[in-house]
Ligand binder design. Structure first.
Ligand code: C2O
Ligand code: CU
Length: 435
């Protein structure tokens, strides 16, 4: 089901306090259900390869501490910046928070400079898999480590698995060194018959990563933090995840070991078995690539491809060579333009907005819209027939065209950009603005 978003009025938190909410900022009053402190600072961190790197971290950890809350919680996070000269923020990637809590330096707040702090407060309205990262000079900040996972657990206990495992993949400098959960999760002991949920999160600029799960059939139960309707069992199916996107994968632990590999690598993998040991099952060659447009069962949605749209936009993704300071450079463009000359799409609150996104370049562009989830209507001219698929980070592969739609129900100034942050920095960035 589509979640409802913060609107002006009051909201009941689990401890029964009633807190005022405005459309543009989270509740400034009221006792938080969960509070966290994150300090952005430099640290040298040992990676799973043994290599030590100079990272930018939250609390000296890489990835940053996991933020795990419950659906409906009033969450308070205070960010301090110790020594990141560039400044830092916290952006809640995929969580549709009120605009002032979105953490975009230069749009919704100023970057927090060394010695400074900023407090974010929002209600975690959507249960699901999200992540957080700095949104000041994002490309460098995220590459160097200013990110972590953000998990919102559902209130209904029966939706909780026996094992809830975050698999955050980030490869340092493209050098093949994985940062993430692999060290601690390397050999997991799981009792046969128990339910396992893997939360796959792609956080680096390597655009496509392929995840293979061998030893068990599995379901993809959520994409970008939104549950899928009646997901079928899959086997020998390659899960391709682009930067910024998330898949929740679930299975029942069999008697024999299960292995998750990232990009076919044993190094970047997790072995799960009943005694924490065993042989890694040889992954069969994947015979299919996961396609969410035809997965799961259709279910009613608040609008569809046949609806009357208040606004229709087109985004052509491409690149072009241009001269900057006398030197030629390749820019990533939206409708032929480089940010800040890219279009600014204007909407009115309540508008039903349709966007057609075409990729005419030779590389993938995972397009991330802040503050809203987009319903995928069609891919390459074919209507989506599976479960409703709500995306916040939609990978548009070379030659592909997607039609998506969303309700303009979260007023403010929002970013829309490629989450290959190198492309975002090279021009593929625009804004959505409410009149
Ligand atoms: Cu995950 Cu605008 O970012
Ligand atoms: Cu891109």
């Amino acid at each position: 089901a589509h979640h409802s978003l913060p609107v002006a009025g009051t909201v009941q938190t689990p401890d029964q306090t009633s807190v005022p909410v405005t459309a543009l900022s989270g509740p400034r009053e009221g006792k938080p259900d969960r509070s966290f402190t994150l300090t952005a600072k430099k640290a040298s961190v040992a990676l799973s390869s043994g290599k030590t790197v100079d990272a930018w971290t939250y609390n000296g950890e890489l990835p940053g501490p996991e933020i795990r809350v419950r659906e409906g919680d009033l969450v308070e996070v205070t960010l301090y910046n110790e020594d990141i000269e560039d400044g830092a923020t916290l952006h809640w990637h995929g969580l549709d928070v009120p605009n002032a809590e979105d953490g975009v330096a230069g749009a919704t707040q100023d970057a927090v400079m060394p010695g400074g702090s900023h407090t974010y407060r929002f209600i975690a309205e959507q249960a699901g898999t999200f992540w957080y990262h700095s949104h000041q000079h994002s490309k460098e900040a995220v590459e160097k480590g200013l990110f972590g996972s953000l998990i919102v657990e559902p209130v209904e206990k029966d939706r909780l698995p026996d094992h809830d495992i975050v698999v955050l993949t980030h490869v340092w400098d493209g050098a093949g060194t994985a940062v993430g959960s692999f060290d601690t999760l390397k050999r997991m002991e799981i009792t046969p018959g128990e339910r396992v949920k893997l939360r796959l999160i792609g956080t680096d600029n390597w655009v496509r990563r392929s995840y293979t799960l061998s030893g068990t059939p599995f379901q993809v139960t959520a994409i970008d933090g939104v549950d899928l309707n009646e997901p079928e069992l899959l086997e020998n199916t390659d899960l391709v995840l682009t930067t910024g996107g998330r898949y929740d994968v679930e299975f029942t632990m069999p008697e024999s070991p299960v292995y998750l590999r990232v990009d076919g690598s044993l190094e970047r993998g997790i072995l799960m078995s009943s005694d924490g040991a065993g042989e890694a099952p040889k992954p069969p060659r994947p015979t299919a690539v996961f396609d969410p447009t035809h997965y799961g069962k259709a279910a009613p949605t608040p609008f569809d491809a046949g609806s009357d749209f208040d606004r229709e936009f087109t985004m052509i993704l491409d690149n072009r060579l241009a001269f900057f300071n006398g030197a030629p450079a390749l820019y990533d463009t939206i409708n032929g333009k480089v940010f800040p000359n890219t279009p600014m799409y204007m909407v009115k609150e309540g508008d039903l907005v349709k966007t057609t996104i075409s990729n005419r370049s030779a590389v993938d562009h995972p397009m991330h819209l802040h503050g809203h989830h987009m319903l995928v209507l069609s891919r390459n001219g074919k209507l989506a027939t599976g479960s409703p698929w709500w995306s916040d980070t939609l990978d548009v592969a070379p030659g592909e065209t997607y039609e998506v739609a969303f309700v303009a129900n979260n007023p403010g100034l929002w970013m829309d950009h490629c989450h290959n942050l190198q492309h975002a920095a090279a021009g593929m960035t625009m804004h959505l603005m409410y009149e």
